[in-house]
Ligand binder design. Structure first.
Ligand SMILES: [Zn+2]
Ligand SMILES: [Zn+2]
Length: 655
């Protein structure tokens, strides 16, 4: 139960997790609870999930459970507000959106078969399904129909649908709302106001909402009569929280389904390697949809060599020609580049000076304009530092400073110059700063107001475009040749996603041009034929050879301090401690501490230590010991000596 208690001179909101009749303290030392929140207690199943997450992700129980409760409820002054009135008001605005039942498309044979398999699921048992199908194969219709049947069976039943990023997928949200016009949907994501989130959470907890649609944070929602969980785009990395409790909502969802004995459906066009492996081992049941509904065609993929480095030309002449042809044919083009701003760095023409950030080991990006600054500025995308561009080189005073490379703004500028008649639209984190602005940008694309759209990966999430004739992917290699072993898997998924968004429902097939220096790389070879199985098998064999996940389990120890020496000393001590334990005999490898790919961030020196294990259980035991060892020498998660901030992360997605 959520309560307010006296704490020193102030009062705090906390969670009562147990009641005891005995205390070692004198009665006079005990204090009474000031107030109890007007909420029903969290149910046992949710508490079990909290205990598990806290133990598995090596995070305090309080931090885990309390942070899962919306802030609105953690503010005790809200407890006396007229809740029913607030709910009614919230509903009134939500309902003005839509209430009409949309005629559902007829399901094809394959979809009907998929639903049949799911309908055979025995209530009260756990099973993980992988619903795997290319874009346009009707996966959403399958899981929505399945949920509909479960909700019909039991008037109190609830379902949880998790999506990677709701802000970018309003179409899917609308579709789900239209499928269940009679149902009260609770929507949970970080773009809502605290009050909206608080109300939605309350609706879920009381059973008033039968469908909860949420991002990763919705996994800890109390749902008294949960009957099924859906994880859409299960391979998306945003299901993994990077800061604090570094949990994977996808993994917790599977644990929750198992603990509550429910069916869980993982949905993807490009399943994660982890899921693929589990299917091959027979732990998950795969349901495949291979046909496309609604006249969907896969695009034709061509690999294009990048234009030789030149300051004036931003892409290969072949791409520019293709853009021209497509423009003349009256179809829209997407140009994707995962780098915002004008130029990733500026340099001095006479010496080696580059626009490095004062606080990070990375370069400051040149922006043509940034927020309220109307003149070109330098901005660090890691720590947020903003500076004017120097008049002259700080090292040699030469005034000839040149931008190097290209970002979304530069591509936008040059294309506008090349195609003066066309409307060029830019979609990136700078132009789409609020969900309202994002909606407006996407609306312009759907209305056909823009003919050439330049943007980051944001463009490839969620929206289906009807009139795209050409997609140009710039700088694809940038992701591939990082030291991250997951990079090929992420790139392949991204390219399939791009293809899926653009290939839909258009007349002539869309063309995708991918700029690469390494056309022989397996990622590009398999993407040419959209051969998911071929790519995954290749990926699995390389991972198995190298002993990487899913054939092993990993954990990272993160450490940062003001001085590099302190960080390395701390991590070397950790390594020594780990080597002294007996676990190294059980197939655990401890690597040397190494600086992170961005070794200095906002003035903090950062390094990490990788631990790899062939089995899950000994790794868990080892990490518990390690945490205990760290805690003895720390105040919270900051070491007493050297002030090193540390954390332990399970199953890291980026190394
Ligand atoms: Zn210089
Ligand atoms: Zn910085």
């Amino acid at each position: 139960m959520l309560v307010e208690v006296p704490f020193g001179r102030i009062s705090l909101v906390g969670l009562i997790i147990e009641v005891t009749t005995y205390s070692e303290l004198k009665q006079s030392k005990l204090k009474a609870v000031l107030r109890v929140a007007p909420l029903i207690p969290l149910n046992d199943r949710l508490m079990e999930l909290g205990y598990f997450a806290s133990q598995y992700y090596i995070h305090g129980l309080g931090e885990t459970l309390v942070s899962a409760i919306p802030k609105w409820w953690r503010t005790s002054s809200n407890w006396s507000k007229p809740l029913q009135q607030l709910i009614a008001k919230e509903k009134a605005t939500a309902q003005s959106n839509s209430k009409k039942k949309i005629a559902q498309n007829q399901l094809n044979e394959e979809q009907t078969h998929a639903i049949q398999i799911l309908s055979n699921h025995q209530a009260g048992t756990f099973n993980t399904y992988l619903l795997n199908g290319v874009t346009g194969s009707g996966k959403t219709a399958v899981y929505l129909t399945f949920i509909e049947s479960l909700l019909k069976l039991d008037r109190g039943a609830q379902a949880l649908i998790m999506l990677p990023e709701i802000n970018l997928t309003p179409q899917l949200q609308r579709r789900i709302q239209e499928h269940f016009p009679e149902e009260n949907l609770a929507i949970l994501h970080s773009g809502l106001t605290e009050k909206q989130r608080g109300i939605a959470w309350h609706q879920a907890m009381t059973g008033a909402a039968r469908i909860v649609l949420g991002t990763r944070l919705s996994i800890m929602t109390p749902l008294p009569k949960l009957v099924a969980i859906i994880v859409d785009e299960e391979n998306d990395s945003s299901f993994k929280q990077q800061e604090g409790l570094g949990y994977s909502a996808r993994d917790l969802a599977i644990w929750r389904a198992k603990n509550e004995r429910l069916p869980i459906i993982l949905v993807s066009a490009t399943p994660s390697s982890q899921t693929w492996h589990a299917v091959k081992e027979g732990r998950y049941q795969e349901i495949q949809l291979s046909n496309r509904v609604g006249g969907f065609q896969f695009p034709n993929v061509e690999l294009v060599a990048p234009h030789k480095s030149s300051r004036s030309i931003i892409m290969s002449p072949m791409m520019i020609r293709a853009l021209e042809v497509n423009y003349r044919e009256g179809r829209q083009s997407l140009v994707l580049i995962n780098r915002r701003g004008m130029a990733p760095v500026i340099s001095c023409s006479s010496c080696d000076w580059l626009s490095e950030c004062d606080h990070c080991s990375s370069y400051m990006v040149m922006h043509r304009q940034l927020g309220h600054f109307k003149t070109p500025m330098l901005c660090c995308h890691h720590c947020g530092l903003v500076k004017p561009i120097p008049q002259a080189c700080p090292w040699c005073s030469d005034v000839d400073l040149q931008p190097l490379g290209r970002g979304t703004q530069k591509v936008e500028d040059q294309l506008q110059t090349l195609f003066p008649q066309a409307t060029v639209l830019r979609v990136d984190a700078d132009t789409a700063r609020t969900s309202k602005k994002t909606e407006a940008l996407f609306q312009e694309i759907h209305d056909g107001a823009a003919q050439i759209i330049v943007g980051t990966q944001m463009l490839a999430k969620g929206h289906d475009y009807k009139n795209i004739g050409l997609v140009c992917v710039l700088d694809a290699d940038a992701r591939l040749y990082s030291n991250d072993y997951m990079a090929p898997e992420h790139l392949f998924a991204q390219l399939v996603q791009v293809a899926g968004r653009a290939g839909r429902f258009s007349g002539a097939p869309t063309k995708i041009l991918i700029e690469t220096r390494y056309p022989d790389d397996p990622v590009y070879q398999y993407i040419k034929t959209f051969d998911l199985a071929g790519f995954m098998e290749h990926l699995m064999s390389t991972r198995q050879e190298a002993g990487l996940p899913p054939f092993s389990y990993q954990a990272l120890v993160h450490a940062e301090a003001r001085q590099k020496k302190e960080v390395l000393t701390w991590l070397n001590h950790a390594k020594l401690f780990l080597q002294k334990t007996a676990y190294l005999q059980t197939g655990i490898t401890v690597f040397d501490p190494v600086p992170k790919s961005i070794a200095r961030l906002g003035g903090w020196e950062r390094s990490q230590l990788l631990i790899e294990s062939r089995h899950r259980a000994p790794l868990q035991a080892l990490l518990n010991e390690l945490e205990h060892y760290f805690r003895q020498q720390s105040l919270g998660r900051i070491s007493k000596v050297g002030k090193v901030r540390w954390s332990i992360e399970r199953d890291p997605l980026f190394i």
